[in-house]
Design a protein around this ligand. Structure first.
Ligand code: PXP
Length: 247
């Protein structure tokens, strides 16, 4: 059955970005997560980057202890992150590619053409996480071949990268949307739960939410940015309304 409700995961990384700009304790991403929770968010997403540029190890512990809605821990597929995840026990990890010099996650995780050593590590992370009751999602480009490889790895969830659709010019928008639709339908029919995220705002969320195979969106930068003007609660409620009215 296709979904008639799309869960909203709120990514709070950029509250930590502002906090870290002053090396202080304000604003507190845990407080933001609590506000997101009572404003109707279905989950909290946080990316513990290898360079710790925003979320810290301590933030992850506090999120797990103090937040009741599921925690989706975004992380690079490394041994270090695996051991943190096994200790923190988030409800789910989302494996993302990571480059030190990137401003944000560029492109999805390459699962189709990877070296044997990287494949073995990916398999280890996936298997150990499932054994420890941690769900696994792979952040991948909307590409059927990537989905097929993700399925071969045994993952039950993929998060489709919506960055190209959200940032492309008007002329190529429809083409990018079609890629998302095709990928979402393919994954869903292969029995994989379909999530989506990256670069989503009040405009782009509408067409993305109309893709009936998608069951969760993860949105961060726009929500946190918009919250400066309207407050976090109002912004999340408005995002929820946009999603619901599009379905
Ligand atoms: N999903 C994944 C896998 C991401 O890496 C990010 C960015 O951290 C997001 C969703 C949220 O993207 P944005 O901050 O552009 O809304």
């Amino acid at each position: 059955m296709v979904t008639n409700y799309i869960r909203l995961g709120v990514n709070i990384d950029h509250v930590a970005t502002i906090r870290n700009a002053r090396g202080s304790i304000h604003p507190d991403p845990i407080k933001a997560a609590k506000i997101a929770q009572f404003s109707g968010a279905d989950g909290i997403t946080a990316h513990l980057r290898e360079d710790r540029r925003h979320i810290s190890d301590d933030d992850i512990k506090k999120l797990k202890d103090q937040i009741e809605i599921p925690l989706n821990l975004e992380m690079a597929p490394t041994e270090e992150m695996l051991s943190i995840a096994l200790q923190a026990k988030p409800e789910r990890i989302c494996l993302v590619p990571e480059k030190r010099l990137e401003i944000t996650t560029e492109g999805g995780l390459e699962v189709k053409n990877i070296k044997k050593s990287k494949l073995l590590l990916l398999e280890k992370i996936i298997n150990k996480s499932y054994k420890n009751n941690i769900n696994v999602s792979l952040f991948i480009d909307p590409d059927v071949k990537q989905i097929r490889s993700a399925k071969n790895l045994g993952v039950k969830i993929v998060e489709l990268h919506t960055g190209s659709y959200c940032s492309v010019d008007k002329k190529n928008k429809q083409q990018e949307l079609e890629k998302l639709k095709t990928a979402a339908e393919y994954a869903y029919k292969e029995g994989i739960e379909v999530h989506a995220g990256h670069g989503i705002n009040f405009d782009t969320v509408v067409n993305i939410s109309k893709i009936k195979y998608i069951s969760e969106l993860n949105i961060g930068h726009f929500i946190i940015g918009e919250a400066i003007f309207w407050g976090l609660e109002k912004t999340i409620i408005k995002m929820r309304e946009k999603i619901d009215s599009a379905i």
